[in-house]
Design a protein around this ligand. Sequence first.
Ligand code: B16
Length: 219
Amino acid sequence: MVRGLVFDLDGVLVHTDELHYRAWKALAGRLGLPFTREQGDRCRGVSRMGSLEILLEGSNRSYTEREKLRMAEEKNDCYRAQLQELTPGDVPERTAETLRELRRRGYRLGLASSSKNAGVILTRTGLDALLDRVVDGNQITRSKPDPEVFLRAAQLLELPPEDCAGVDDALAGVESARTAGMIAAAIGPAALAGAGDWNLECLARLLDLCPPLEGGRDL
Ligand code: B16
């Protein structure tokens, strides 16, 4: 029985996926490389350095580790500058209402994000007040599709992973939740690909799949 829901952040609770795309696109432009939407989609749920490798696929020269770190830093500076503009208005009202209703129904809510910038996003949007536990890229050693981030979130929620559903828009994230032993709930591109055990048209669909729990919340 599902008692906990563990959400990915970028592209699921807030559309920072578009900001990642713009920041990578700007770096690619400066380097004279292409960066397509398809490459952007493949970066979903993938670590910063892993995403850089996807961008550099279009290059016919090799770069030193030092050069790569500098590029990743350049992208991150550009991304973080955009994050400063985020407000609670960037979380769709229906998303915030779905989270509130799930909590009213007794579910424990966690975050499982690969991003090292999750903290600033949660604070600026007010999402931190709607989640019980948070695991982000600063607390894990292996990025999705490794299950570490979802396993750690279940542990912090004090629930067995089998009692959780992991909600992600990336193929890597869906695999991560499934390997952790959770119900893999896909949304966005991953749902369109039919990758999940649940393929959600929108987050509010969770309200049809997660009825009120007996006993309410004990967190
Ligand atoms: P950062 P998620 C992931 O977050 C993003 O989907 C992915 O595009 C990004 O490269 C990764 O975080 C690392 O982000 O550079 O901010 O540390 O989808 O797992 O919430």
